[in-house]
Design a protein around this ligand. Structure first.
Ligand code: AMP
Ligand code: ZN
Length: 115
């Protein structure tokens, strides 16, 4: 989608601090980090929200999301102390970019519950 910021990052039309790439997903640094490590894991395919994930996406894309989580946790030294993976879905979830993404936050003590 030409007006989608994450599609434009995937397509190289908007710059990003890319940290990981695989067949179906990429990851880059969040532009407004909420922790010392704040990465976004983003499918290359434009999927608006979690509710739009298809059965085929479940087999091809979603496993790569969690492969990326594990890879990046090691790459950024988070595997010992822990980290958080977040998907904000829809208005009540606080989703602001309508292209499916997973936040990976770490390198500080995170509090619970979230706001
Ligand atoms: P959400 O509120 O879950 O939709 O999260 C969207 C995230 O995308 C926010 O944390 C933003 O800081 C981040 N974001 C928006 N535009 C960009 C961009 N061009 N590059 C990197 N991160 C971005
Ligand atoms: Zn998109």
């Amino acid at each position: 989608m030409s007006d989608c910021v994450f599609c434009n990052i995937v397509g190289g039309k908007i710059p990003s601090a890319l940290v990981y790439e695989s067949e179906h997903v990429i990851a880059f640094k969040d532009i407004n980090p909420q922790a010392p490590v704040h990465l976004l894991i983003v499918p290359r395919k434009h999927i608006p929200t979690t509710m739009d994930i298809t059965e085929e996406d479940m087999k091809s894309i979603i496993p790569e999301v969690f492969a990326a989580v594990k890879h990046l946790a090691k790459q950024f030294g988070l595997e010992q102390d822990g980290f958080r993976v977040i998907n904000n879905c829809g208005e009540n979830g606080g989703q602001t970019v309508d292209h499916l993404h997973f936040h990976l936050l770490g390198d500080r003590q995170l509090t619970w519950p979230p706001g």
